[in-house]
Design a protein around this ligand. Structure first.
Ligand SMILES: C[S@@+](CC[C@H](N)C(=O)[O-])C[C@H]1O[C@@H](n2cnc3c(N)ncnc32)[C@H](O)[C@@H]1O
Length: 303
């Protein structure tokens, strides 16, 4: 890839051309195989996400949109701009948000959440709780998963009249996803899977089409920006529940194992790691024992 001069602010005429009719009539730039390899490498080195050849068209279209927004700079110029100081860091964050798949929903995999409810109730019944009960949702997208966990844990604690501290942390690489999650405002259609009594209790109308999760739940859930391939930098330790769903599928198998090994070390004894069903096979860890339930993929920390 050739080194290009830094990006110059575009002239008004260029900006005008990059919008409206001119925009839609412009041909999409072609991403060469060589350049596709460079972009794949960059993405994988920085995030762990492994693009397959079939995703070239997706990458190309996202790069086309973004480079047009920046005044029709070339892919090459854009690539180099991502390596340039603070501006490069900020632009990288914008690009990542465009490239990650943030699909999610409340109660996405019902058996996993049934498991969580039983698990929390069992821990309470066994009198095994420490002063604080900490839950971590890794790759939490727009917040539906951490809020689902919060509603369940809240119900368990309330039913047992315990007043131990508990909290949920949602972590994701996408900053806009976290901003969205913090506000907790969702389309009403997203509540389809939420049991009626929970809709009643935890959500209220925001406007005609949208609903907002209660302030009570927003106070219990905090959102942080984080990259799962840099787990060693994160302060989360002695977690009671770690939930990591539908994210590992974007990584190569060796990296999934490495991430899971790191997550295993972040559990407290008796804590549980829950991942998406089938996201890894043949993985074992000396601290963990798999849960004997075919409807979920979960591991208890036994040492
Ligand atoms: C498909 S969503 C899954 C959301 C939720 N866990 C669920 O199961 O519904 C995957 C999320 O993983 C996040 N992600 C991808 N790579 C990541 C990384 N390296 N570090 C942290 N989050 C990442 C994406 O931004 C996206 O929000």
């Amino acid at each position: 890839m050739t080194v290009r001069p830094p990006i110059q602010p575009m002239q008004d005429t260029a900006r005008d051309k990059s919008r409206g009719i001119g925009w839609s009539m412009q041909a999409q730039s072609e991403l060469s195989e060589e350049d596709f390899s460079s972009w794949r490498r960059l993405l994988e080195d920085r995030t762990g996400i492994h693009l397959v050849p079939q995703q070239k068209a997706f990458l190309q279209s996202q790069l086309t949109i973004r480079t047009r927004e920046l005044g029709n700079i070339t892919f090459d110029q854009y690539f180099h701009s991502l390596h340039e100081g603070l501006a490069g860091v900020v632009e990288w964050s914008t690009l990542i948000d465009r490239l990650v798949i943030k699909e999610t929903s409340f109660f996405r995999h019902q058996p996993s959440f049934d498991f969580v409810r039983n698990y929390v109730n069992q821990r309470i019944a066994d009198g095994q709780l420490a002063d604080s009960f900490d839950v971590w949702s890794v790759g939490c997208a727009t917040g539906e998963e951490p809020y689902t966990l919060a509603m369940i844990v809240n119900e368990c604690f309330e039913a047992s009249a315990l007043d131990n501290y508990w909290g949920v942390t949602g972590m994701d690489i996408s900053m806009p996803a976290q901003t969205f999650a913090r506000q907790g405002i969702y389309s009403k259609r997203k509540l389809d899977m939420v049991p009626p009594h929970m809709r009643e209790r935890y959500f209220s109308d925001y406007d005609q089409l949208r609903t907002q999760i209660s302030a009570e739940m927003r106070e219990r859930v905090c959102f942080t920006n984080g990259n799962v391939i840099e787990l060693k930098k994160m302060p989360m330790v002695k977690m009671d529940i770690i939930s990591c769903n539908n994210m590992l599928i974007y990584f190569r198998r060796w990296r999934r194992r490495k991430i899971l090994n790191c997550l295993a070390e972040r559990l407290k004894k008796g804590g549980v790691l829950i991942i998406g069903l089938g996201e890894i096979v043949d993985w074992e860890h000396p601290l963990l024992e798999p849960v004997a339930d075919d409807s979920v993929q979960a591991y208890v920390c036994v040492r």
